[in-house]
Design a protein around this ligand. Structure first.
Ligand SMILES: Cc1cc2nc3c(=O)[nH]c(=O)nc-3n(C[C@H](O)[C@H](O)[C@H](O)COP(=O)(O)O)c2cc1C
Length: 279
């Protein structure tokens, strides 16, 4: 290759100088996956933007065309969690390439990845890759394990390798204009109703010392800071972040709808599902 040709190649290559790593992750599995992807991308500047807390979702995010957006969400009812609607409608991507990641609890991701991809495209982003990963189900516990301890070391290795593959794809692209659409599973109109259950399902026992970690962990501010067993069941998204966050183990799932779902999922989805990549 001549010097002139090399210059042309450098000039036309995609020039990504930073990553905006955005995730909503009440129980931490989505966070672990997207951070694994970021390691594989190996870009010097990574802006870690955790939109799990209500306060964080008050800050809109813009992504410029020299940045890469990596966005990860858990699958709720086969859809993107409704709690993110407001934040997602304020997202501005200005032609930035985007990687869309859905993390699900070993049942199915249905239309969630397609919905995320469409929302990112509506915000001006150009989806260049997508993936569906498995995370331990929010309803999983010792009695009803569902995808227990996932993502595990293999999943995280996979996430890093996926990040490296995305980087290679971007490095090999002359520009985003004309980038082929990535096909992901799912159908529009979306099949399932994203509406969550209004259910009083958390038991709080005498071990509660009122430390407030549960209220701080709640992604929708549904727990009364002064009275931790008072939960706004309309606001609650049944994510179980408060159960996982309690240092005393004082919070658990009561008998009823969520407990029944945990038993059903444990029984019906015992087999390990594997990651799917769309590049
Ligand atoms: C309200 C709700 C609905 C869920 N719906 C699904 C679903 O449709 N399919 C599935 O496989 N997992 C489902 N899950 C499980 C989560 O997608 C899964 O546990 C994910 O790893 C949680 O991500 P996080 O750890 O980042 O919070 C649901 C969890 C909750 C709380």
């Amino acid at each position: 290759m001549t010097c002139a040709e090399m210059k042309t190649t450098e000039r036309t290559r995609m020039n990504i100088d930073s990553v905006k790593l955005v995730y909503f992750s009440p129980t931490g599995t989505t966070k672990a996956i997207v951070q694994g992807i970021a390691r594989g991308l190996n870009v010097a500047t990574v802006h870690d933007i955790d939109i799990t807390s209500p306060a964080a979702r008050e800050r809109p995010v813009s992504v410029s065309e020299n940045e890469l957006l990596v966005i990860g969400v858990p699958v709720y009812m086969g859809r993107v969690p409704e709690a993110l609607n407001g934040w997602l409608s304020a997202l501005r991507c200005q032609g930035a390439p985007a990687v869309c990641v859905a993390v699900y609890g070993n049942r199915a991701y249905d239309d969630a990845l397609l919905e995320l991809k469409n929302l990112v495209a509506e915000s001006g982003g150009v989806p260049v890759a997508g993936a569906a990963y498995i995370g331990e189900h929010s309803f999983s516990n010792d009695e009803t394990p569902i995808a227990r301890h996932r993502p595990d070391a293999d999943d995280l290795r996979d996430a890093e390798a996926f990040g490296a593959a995305v980087r290679e794809k971007l490095d090999g692209m002359p520009s985003l204009s004309g980038a082929a659409d990535i096909a992901v599973p799912g159908a529009f109109p979306y099949g399932s109703d994203p509406k969550l259950w209004d259910v009083d399902f958390i038991a709080v026992d005498a071990r509660c010392v009122g430390c407030g970690e549960c209220a701080d962990a709640c992604p929708v501010g549904a727990i009364d800071k002064d009275n931790r067993d008072q939960i706004d069941i309309v606001a609650c998204i049944t994510c179980c972040a408060c159960i996982r966050a309690c240092p005393q183990g004082a919070r658990s799932v009561k008998p009823g709808l969520v407990n029944d779902a945990a038993h059903r999922l444990h029984k019906n989805f015992p087999d390990r599902k594997e990651t799917e990549h769309f590049l």
